[in-house]
Write a protein that binds this ligand. Sequence first.
Ligand code: C5P
Length: 359
Amino acid sequence: MPSVLLIPSTAAAFLHTPKTVALLQDAGYSVAVAAEKDSPFAEYIRVATNHEPVSINGRIRGYKAVLMAPCTPDAPLPEATCPIIAAPIVGCGDGVPSSKGKIITLPPPQEAVSYGLLGKGRVATPEQCVEAVITALTKQDLAGMDILLTAGPTIEDADPARFISNRSTGKMGTAIAKMAARRGAHVYLIHGPMQAAVPFSSNIEAIPVRSAQEMLEAVLATVPKSNVAILCAAVADFAPVQYSEEKIKKGKSQFFTLQMRRTPDILATVGALPNKPFLVGFAAESNDLAANATDKLVRKNCDMLCANDITAPGCGFATATNRLLVFQRNGSCIEIPLATKEHVANTLLTLISKLAIRN
Ligand code: C5P
C-alpha cells in the first residue's frame, strides 16, 4: 500500500485531519500523521484517527507523497524527494516557502467556504487535498488533452413549477471527468442539473447549464478549445414548445396535452462542424444495440460510439457500474466489461487516447 505523510501544521488541522485521513485510506493509501509527541494535537490524532502520530526530524524517507494540510507559509517544509502537496491558509502569508522538491500548492475553493470561514482563513477542503495527492501519484498520460465532456440530464421547463427531464444522474460523465483529470487532461465539464457532484480537481472546469439549447451553446463555445469531445449527457429529446410564465392551471378536464418540439441534436451538430474534435458519442439502448449504435455512429459522424444496454443488470442510469460496447468507424467493436463506472471510464480514456492521437 503506498504511504502518504500528512503534516497538519495549524490549529485548523483539528477540523481537517480525521476526514483527510479517512479519505486517503478510502483511496487505498496508508497514512502517517505528523505531530510533536508531547503536543495536545498528538493526543487528538490518537483519539480521532486511531493512529499513533509520527514525529519528523530532518529527512523524510519512504513516503510516496507529503500532504501539508492545512499549513501556514512559515511552516518548515520537509526535505522530501516525493511530491509535496501544500494547502496554505488564505491570509496567513503569501504562499508556501520554496523547496528543492516538487511542490503543488492548492488554492481554496472559489465558490464555497470551508467550515464557514470567510475570506481570510479559507483553505482547500480535505476532498481537494486528497484528489491532488491522487493526481500527483497518477501517471500523467493524458497531459495536453483538452476534453469537452457533457454529462447529466438536461431540464426543459414548461412553467415555473414543471419540467421535462430524464433519470440520468451524471455518474458516468463525472467518472470520465474525474479519471481524465487525474491522468492530466484538462476537462471542460458541461453538465445539466445532476445528482452526482462535480469532482474535485483543478483540471476540471465545470460549466453548469440547464436546457439542451444552453448545453448546445456552451458546447459550441468550448469546441474550439478542445481536441476531444465526449458527449455523454442524456439530453432531453423533446422540450415544451412554449414556456408559460405563469403556472399552467389544471383546468377541469381529466386530460392535458403539452405540445413538444425536438431539442437540438448537440452530437450531430458537433459532428457536422468542419474542424470537429475527435468525437465520442454515447447511446443508451434497450434493444437492437449493435444496429442502433452503428446507425448513430455514422449518422452523427462520430469517431467512436459507446453503447450501453440500459436494461442489462448493473448498467445504465443511477448504477455504480456499467458495461460498454465501443463501436468504431472501421466497423470494429470493443467490449469494456462490467466494472465500476470509474474503471470503465479509465479503459475508455485509454482507448480514446490511442485512437485520437492516431487520427
Ligand atoms: O439519439 P440518441 O439520443 O440516442 O443519441 C445519444 C447521443 O447523442 C449521446 O452521445 C447524447 O449525448 C447525444 N445527444 C445530443 N443531443 C441530443 C440528443 C442526444 O448530443 N439532443
